[in-house]
Write a protein that binds this ligand. Structure first.
Ligand code: ZN
Length: 318
């Protein structure tokens, strides 16, 4: 029975390839075999926005409205288990010929060429990384300029994501040394402004983002050196929790690793990225294990409607 249900769910997921941009390239959302870039059918505003994702494809997207371990969330210091970057095995292959860079309509995504994350005895393979603007997770209640999601999948089809905040770089800072390109909160507290130097990888990727301004288009980035970001992630820590995809179908069981590191993007490059991405952050969800905010909201709305009707009745009677 359980197996049959599982198989049915897998089959259902496989047919909904345009719904899972956070999980694009994984078993939840395989790439089109002919290489075309499929544009997402959901969005971030109005009736295709996150308040209504469950209704866009019911019951497949049900977890978006009823799940109790949904992402993103507010990452409050001291609440989450910390995993030191030095305690995980993380590798991401450089891409000397550049990488495919796609506009999925709901995000812009770099298709990677090998990489892995090993946590304990679990091994995950890197599929892609993509960007959210502004950040989806909050750092102690504060959104950051952007957030990068590196999406990994295990052989058992479990998903792990590394989330890394991206701040606006302080362009008045001295030319960055390799070490100081990214600020690690654990090794040095950034100034109160959160100033950080630009990350070369991000500047390189977004130098061509204007070539994929139209959803459904793709281009090739200049050569990408991944060690810069990998070194920074390893030198910092991950706040870990079990959450969900932040896009439909909002599947749970996602192993989140939200880094304490900061990447940086220059103001001019941020504007270029913003002009293409627009806005693609799901609203912060309730604490893991607590009721889905949409359920809380539905009950509150129903109570308000009942009160309004009772009030109208009382008014008519009076
Ligand atoms: Zn994402």
């Amino acid at each position: 029975m359980g197996l049959t249900l599982g198989a049915l769910l897998l089959a259902a997921w496989a047919t909904r390839t345009a719904y899972a941009s956070c999980a694009h390239g994984t078993f939840l959302s395989p790439r089109a075999e002919d290489g075309t870039v499929e544009v997402g059918k959901f969005g971030y505003t109005g009736t295709i926005g996150p308040l209504n994702w469950a209704a866009l494809d019911s019951p497949a997207n049900g977890a978006c409205a009823t799940g109790t371990r949904q992402s993103p969330i507010d990452m409050v210091d001291g609440v989450f288990e910390l995993l030191q970057g030095s305690d995980v095995e993380l590798t991401v292959n450089d891409m000397p010929e550049g990488a495919e860079f796609e506009n999925l309509g709901t995000t812009v995504e770099v298709i990677t060429q090998g990489g892995s994350l090993k946590v304990g005895d679990k091994q995950f393979e890197l599929q892609q990384f993509h960007f959210h603007l502004p950040s989806e997770h909050l750092d102690n209640g504060t959104s950051q300029a952007m957030e990068m999601h590196m999406v990994f999948q295990s052989e058992a089809q479990e998903i792990a994501v590394i989330g890394t905040y991206i701040n606006i770089a302080d362009t008045s800072a001295a030319a960055p040394s390799k070490r100081s390109r990214v600020f690690g909160r654990q090794e040095a507290k950034p100034p109160a402004t959160g100033a950080v130097a630009a990350t070369t990888l991000l500047e390189t990727i977004f130098s061509v983002v204007d070539k994929i301004a139209v959803p459904g288009t793709k281009t090739t980035t200049p050569p990408l050196v991944m060690s810069e970001v990998v070194d920074v992630l390893k030198a910092n820590a991950f706040q870990i929790y079990s959450g969900s995809l932040t896009t439909p179908p909002c599947s749970e069981g996602v192993s989140w690793h939200v880094s304490t590191a900061r990447l940086g993007i220059t103001p001019a490059t941020f504007v270029k990225a913003r002009d293409v991405i627009g806005f693609n952050a799901r609203f912060p969800q309730n604490k893991p294990g607590e009721p889905n905010l949409l359920m809380v909201s539905a009950l509150g709305s129903a109570a308000a409607a009942v009160a309004a009707i009772a009030g109208a009745g009382a008014g008519a009677a009076a």
